[in-house]
Ligand binder design. Structure first.
Ligand SMILES: NC(=O)c1ccc[n+]([C@@H]2O[C@H](COP(=O)([O-])OP(=O)(O)OC[C@H]3O[C@@H](n4cnc5c(N)ncnc54)[C@H](OP(=O)(O)O)[C@@H]3O)[C@@H](O)[C@H]2O)c1
Length: 352
């Protein structure tokens, strides 16, 4: 049998197109698996990395966060997976800087704590929409103590329970607002929060109200509605629940202004952002603002105990659905271009 060879879509320097070329075949160390990728997904972060080189620690770079494929090799101590298993995984080049930890390659190293078996009934191109968004959602919901997202910016600590496999799940009597309910991270946070018994009210595009409801939101409002603040405040009050706060998956000056108005009307709460939150001087003392950093061990129990049975039971859905840009590493550059132009309730995916 011919030896396996690896290829990757390399970033040689910032603001240049990716170049497909040979790459070393990675080996699995302790606590790791090597996945032979069948599909990868694109995230907005990838565009920032390509454009500015932000987070790149080693040039040339291989980046990308989401893989689905078959286990090619397991590390010496790995029990949970064996060669040939179908898996999805969250690639952590963003934190480690190692090229072998980037998704945009034929083979990628994935930590065992960031992988789960993908049920046979789910295609690789569907399953690959889950990993990075799932880890981000757990970081929104379940951190117990604030950590450091970046110098001077704390992570949010909503201290909410992990999603449960129970059906129906008992209500926690708490309401969370998700701003950006049709985005990848917003829709996954809606799914996991709902599965933890949290009442979710979301804000999405007019054409995606039903989509956000299909992720579990109890009520969804059009983000272009000029009365959005009043509508959300009334709906939260109507729920009769304790108000947790807002997860803002968009985090722009426009959404921050709405967040702060909603929080002011409801007596404060958490403001979990995906980019640095508004300056502390603009945030009242009763608002706990922070920014997620979506690589954290807090997600390990969800990867280990929840993802596979929840996918199997249809409780965790592969949403937003993929849009397949092409097959082969050479299509990643086109997918990045489309991501930069913006997507609506879909995740861009490349088959390999
Ligand atoms: N800090 C971290 O660790 C971390 C981790 C993951 C992601 N992020 C960041 O989080 C953001 C979201 O990522 P993603 O992958 O979820 O993005 P995405 O799926 O590409 O987001 C697209 C969605 O944004 C929605 N949207 C745009 N403007 C909106 C507005 N004013 N109100 C409500 N919805 C709006 C669109 O909704 P409609 O089409 O319905 O209008 C669309 O469905 C990105 O900026 C990303 O870089 C940060």
């Amino acid at each position: 049998m011919a030896a396996s060879t690896n290829q990757a879509a390399w970033l040689i320097k910032a603001d240049t197109p990716l170049q497909v070329g040979d790459a070393p075949l990675p080996a699995a160390g302790p606590g790791e698996i090597v996945v032979k990728n069948a599909a990868i997904a694109i995230n907005p972060l990838d565009c920032h990395m390509q454009d500015s080189g932000v987070f790149v620690q080693q040039w040339p770079a291989i980046f990308g966060c989401d893989v689905a494929g078959e286990v090619y090799e397991t590390g010496p101590d790995v029990q949970r997976f064996k060669k040939g298993d179908r898996v999805i995984g969250h690639a952590i080049n963003l934190a480690s800087g190692r090229p072998q930890d980037g998704a945009f390659a034929l083979y990628t190293v994935i930590p065992v704590d960031k992988a789960a078996i993908l049920p046979d009934a789910i295609s690789f191109t569907d399953g690959v929409v889950v990993p990075f968004a799932l880890e981000a959602a757990v970081c929104v919901l379940s951190l117990k103590e604030p950590g450091v997202a970046m110098p001077g910016v704390a992570t949010p600590a909503l201290n909410l329970p992990y999603p449960s496999l129970e059906h129906p799940v008992p209500s926690l009597g708490k309401t969370l607002v998700v701003y950006g309910g049709s985005s990848s991270v917003g829709s996954m946070t809606t799914q996991l929060a709902t599965a933890a018994g949290i009442h979710v009210i979301s804000i999405a595009g007019a054409h995606n109200l039903d989509f956000s409801k299909s992720c579990g939101a109890a009520e969804v409002f059009d983000h272009k509605n000029p009365l959005i603040v009043d509508l959300v405040v009334k709906e939260v009050s109507k729920s009769g629940n304790e108000f947790i706060g807002i997860f803002d998956a968009i985090s722009t000056p426009e959404t921050y202004a709405h967040d702060l108005a909603i929080l002011a009307a409801l007596g404060g709460g958490h403001l979990a952002c995906v980019h640095p939150p508004p300056p502390a001087t603009d945030v009242p003392a009763n608002v706990k603002a922070g920014m997620i950093f979506a690589i954290n061990d807090v997600a390990a129990p969800v990867w280990r105990d929840y993802v596979t049975p929840a996918l199997q039971a249809g409780k965790l859905k592969c949403l937003p659905p993929p849009s397949i840009v092409g097959n082969g590493l050479e299509h990643i550059q086109e997918a990045l271009k489309r991501s930069k132009a913006g997507v609506s309730a879909t995740k861009l995916v490349v088959g390999l």
